[in-house]
Design a binder for this molecule. Structure first.
Ligand code: 4AD
Ligand code: MG
Length: 480
């Protein structure tokens, strides 16, 4: 008998004789109506059981959470609420689920908090919300590849274990096989990493950018899409210790081209998802609406999820220099009334998410690309401007999220880059290969990094980044 996915069955318009559908029971009412879901869609298929034709011993195993298969015919539904339903001729029980135990889990069909769902991360993909988020995440990932492949970018897999700190921020997880209790030491009592697995200090990568630059300077246009790691102790709704980043890198491209690419790319993947994940987004929109209702009026969003997504697709991102942004922030109400946690006094201040969100949500009321940041608050590889104090950096800021993209035009001039590295006290020897790129056919080039989970957050409307990745890694949490 041919097996069909629930999503396929729901699309059939005509009667089917012998079909098999397999999934997990969401509900079983009146010993007659099974709601079955197999993950192929947010919707369930209704399966109708004539209980007089089945053994009680079978029927009692059909409980919420159990895995079953139903053979039968697909017919036009007699009841309201669905077009088609399956009339069961035969039922296979794959795996039972004890109702007493199920009632203690999030499989129990009632409203559970997102915190509760996180504690049972192994069961939460069975919930409507996390199922929908997971399908949207998958759709977005596909759109990322589709966009770059259609534009002639090559997909590059950069190393996960690395000897370089790409961001120079010192937020790396060490990778070692040395005995933590009795590590080998050098004559002056330091841990001897020469004895370590790689014969040197290594860590999990914070970004694939430096290696992506190598390939941009040979294949022209490349992108990475892989896991990155940050040992920053930030317990916020937008930070993970392990997250996925998309990093395009383009030769012969300057900052304006980089901004164009970021804007076009983000719009493309959002549009793709809106066209291909309609049912899941409709569900998430309703979920968000419910969540908003529990908030005080002043904190509620003026736009629905669809409106927010359309707004991003339909409007130009506002391009504003850091210097202009500081002027706006210095003179804005929350700064003057000391409502910001970090007050903006002078040019040179690093922007916190409260400032970014003020610019996006209150001042410009649209996505913003900030550019030309002070060199002092940005990474070593960004191209120095003529003024000698700003660099060709750009951050894309989104409503509700703050920074979603960070990027720059890279410093391609050998002398300027070596000077910068020396000034920052970075060991030039560590970056010999990176500097070589500036010796053999250097050229202007640019790129950026987009935090995939922040994008998934924006598209799904989920407030907490822990709810858009299967198994979140955050300080004090590496369960599952
Ligand atoms: O701004 P970041 O640190 O930039 C880089 O790593 C550059 N090397 C990228 C490049 O130019 N190729 O990080 C880029 C993006 C941020 O804008 C943010 O969206 C995301 O990565 N991000 C995080 N997402 C989740 N959790 C964290 N701890 C993140 N840190 C950065
Ligand atoms: Mg950044």
């Amino acid at each position: 008998m041919k097996a069909y996915k629930v999503a396929e069955l729901l699309k059939f318009e005509e009667l089917q004789q012998d079909i098999l559908v397999r999934g997990w029971v969401k509900a079983f009412r009146q010993n007659r109506f099974i709601q079955l879901n197999d993950g192929s869609t947010i919707k369930n298929i209704q399966c109708v059981v004539d209980f007089e034709r089945f053994d009680e011993s079978i029927l009692e195993k059909i409980t919420v959470g159990s895995a079953i298969g139903i053979e039968g015919g697909l017919v036009e539904s007699q009841g309201s609420g669905q077009q088609v339903e399956v009339i069961a001729k035969n039922i296979v029980i794959y795996g039972e689920a004890n109702p007493d135990e199920v009632s203690k889990t999030i499989l129990q069909p009632k409203r559970h908090t997102l915190e509760k769902l996180r504690e049972q991360a192994h069961l939460r993909p069975r919930t409507n919300t996390f199922g929908a988020v997971t399908r949207v995440r998958s759709g977005l990932a596909f759109a990322v590849h589709k966009y770059f492949q259609e534009k002639g970018f090559y997909y590059i897999n950069t190393p996960i274990i690395t000897g370089s700190d790409a961001e120079g921020a010192g937020e790396m997880f060490r990778v070692t096989t040395l005995d933590p209790v009795n590590p080998p030491t050098t004559d002056d009592g330091q841990v001897d990493y020469g004895e370590d697995f790689f014969g040197k200090e290594t860590s999990l990568t914070v970004s694939g950018q430096l290696e992506a630059e190598v390939f941009a300077m040979s294949l022209g246009q490349v992108y990475t899409f892989g896991p990155t790691f940050r040992a920053e102790n930030s317990n916020t709704s937008r930070h993970l210790a392990e997250f996925w980043m998309i990093e395009p890198e383009v030769a012969f491209c300057e900052l304006d081209g980089n901004m164009d690419l970021a804007e076009e790319f983000i719009k493309y993947v959002i549009k793709y998802t809106m066209d291909h994940c309609k049912e899941d987004l409709a569900f998430l929109e309703q979920r968000l609406l419910q969540e908003e209702k529990s908030k005080p009026q002043a904190e509620r969003s003026e736009m629905s999820l669809t409106e927010k997504l359309n707004f991003v697709i339909d409007n130009n991102f506002m391009r504003v220099s850091y210097t202009e942004a500081i002027d706006i922030l210095k003179n804005c109400k929350p700064n003057k009334k000391k409502k910001f946690k970090y007050l903006i006094d002078d040019w040179g201040a690093d922007l916190q998410s409260e400032h970014e969100r003020y610019l996006v949500e209150k001042h410009f009321k649209c996505p913003v690309i900030l550019f030309d940041y002070p060199a002092k608050i940005k990474a070593f590889y960004m191209r120095l401007n003529e003024d000698g104090k700003t660099v060709r950096a750009m951050d894309v800021l989104f409503p509700g999220i703050g920074e979603i993209v960070g990027g720059s035009q890279r410093e391609e001039r050998f002398d300027v880059l070596t000077q910068k590295i020396a000034d920052l006290g970075i060991d030039e020897k560590e970056l010999w290969w990176y500097l070589d790129l500036r010796k053999f056919g250097t050229a202007p080039h640019s790129g950026f990094g987009l935090g995939f989970e922040r994008l998934v957050q924006f598209v799904t409307g989920m407030t907490n980044i822990r709810d858009v990745i299967p198994f979140p890694r955050t300080p004090n949490n590496a369960e599952f």
